[in-house]
Design a protein around this ligand. Structure first.
Ligand code: KG4
Ligand code: ZN
Length: 355
């Protein structure tokens, strides 16, 4: 039952947690959202600076909240890839320094493995392999999980990630950053069927379409066209844009595409459980549609607890505890990387640093 301090600074949330196995003893997230909202998106330089400022207090707070002293830990963990390099370095250097000073193992974690593990903070999973739909600001992937560290990617987005599409469309509609929660709030009383929008598909060179892949850039363009057409119409009548209907229609089509393709993948690949994780998994319309569809298709379904959908350190701690329990830890010379496929996460535990 490894006891782990985990740190997360891959994008715009500074987070620390103390986790024993799959139990969260303390978890804090210091969001920088308000600061980045002024610029309409994440400014890497500001993110790194704020992580450095926040980290000491966050570590003190989780130690206080959990009553755990650093000397009692079995390891110190940090997410090291993928993400913004300057931001990732903050958790990585802090984690390695603490681990070194206190004679503890350092456990590097792949950020997406952290998201995958976030579901373990909720209801227990049925036995056997399962399919994960990981939907965040940087990734939209369908991943078959055969056990800890055993991943096969079955589908992906060829352009924007689902969360990125939410963020870009929110900017287009003047709804602010981050786009997901803003679109969800704006579309609450909207008509999700008012505007017909495309469910982007990705062509195969040999003909037909990739059945489990996604494309959201065409949807973004369709939204832009729709808004321009409405603006021209409404300007004549001096009416405001139907923001609620636009937001609800966009949210509906994104949720439909995600649900349809992931349920099809689970059925065709004979995977009886579908798991939803990542920032976009916080979306209520997506959760509802997924629950309905899985019910119709006879699939078990699980979703990460709401508080652990967006970036947090508790999920990094669960992933690290699992690696430690399997006898794995990382070398102190390991750096960070902007990109790294999830299938290569095992490289983080080799005796020579992979970056
Ligand atoms: O997982 P996450 O916190 O960070 C990454 O690893 O990318 O995901 C952030 C993304 C953002 O694009 C944000 O707009 C989206 O998740 N998001 C949502 C909701 N809450 C966050 N998208 C749709 N509906 C939400 N309620
Ligand atoms: Zn994330």
């Amino acid at each position: 039952m490894p006891l782990v301090l985990a740190l997360e600074t891959s994008c715009d949330e500074s987070a620390a947690a103390i986790v024993r196995d799959q139990t969260v003893l303390a978890s804090v997230v210091a969001s920088q959202v308000e600061e980045h909202a002024r610029w309409g998106g994440v400014v890497p330089e500001i993110a790194s600076r704020r992580h450095v400022e926040a980290m000491p207090q966050l570590i003190e707070q989780v130690c206080r909240d959990s009553g755990v002293a650093i000397s009692e830990l079995d390891g110190v963990a940090a997410s090291v890839a993928p993400g913004l390099v300057g931001a990732l370095l903050v958790a990585s250097v802090t984690g390695r320094t603490l681990a070194r000073l206190h004679g503890k193992p350092f456990v590097a974690v792949h950020h997406l493995e952290g998201h995958l593990c976030s579901v373990q903070l909720g209801e227990p999973l049925p036995p056997g392999p399962y399919l994960v739909l990981l939907v965040s600001g940087g990734h939209t992937e369908l991943i078959r999980v055969d056990g800890p560290g055993r991943y096969i990617r079955l589908g992906r987005s060829h352009d924007d990630a689902a969360g990125e599409a939410f963020d870009k469309v929110a900017r287009l509609l003047g709804l602010g950053y981050p786009g997901g929660p803003a679109i969800e709030a704006a579309g609450l009383d909207g008509d999700p069927l008012r505007f017909a929008l495309p469910k982007g598909r990705v062509s195969r060179p040999e003909g037909g379409f990739y059945p489990y892949d996604f494309s959201f850039s065409g949807l973004k363009t369709a939204m832009l066209r729709q808004v321009r057409a409405l603006e021209a119409e409404h300007r004549a009548g001096n009416e405001p844009l139907p923001l609620a209907d636009l937001a609800a229609s966009f949210e509906q089509v994104v949720a439909q595409v995600l649900v349809e393709r992931s349920c099809r993948c689970a059925r065709e690949q004979s995977l009886g459980t579908l798991v939803l994780v990542g920032g976009v998994a916080a979306n209520r319309r997506l959760r509802q549609l997924m629950e309905q569809r899985c019910g119709l298709d006879g699939l078990a379904w699980r979703v990460a607890p709401f508080a652990y959908c967006t970036d947090n350190a508790a999920m990094i701690g669960v992933a690290a505890a699992q690696r430690l329990a399997g006898g794995q830890s990382s070398c102190f010379d390991l750096g960070v990387a902007a990109r790294m496929p999830l299938e290569q996460a095992g490289l983080l535990y080799e005796s020579q640093p992979c970056f």
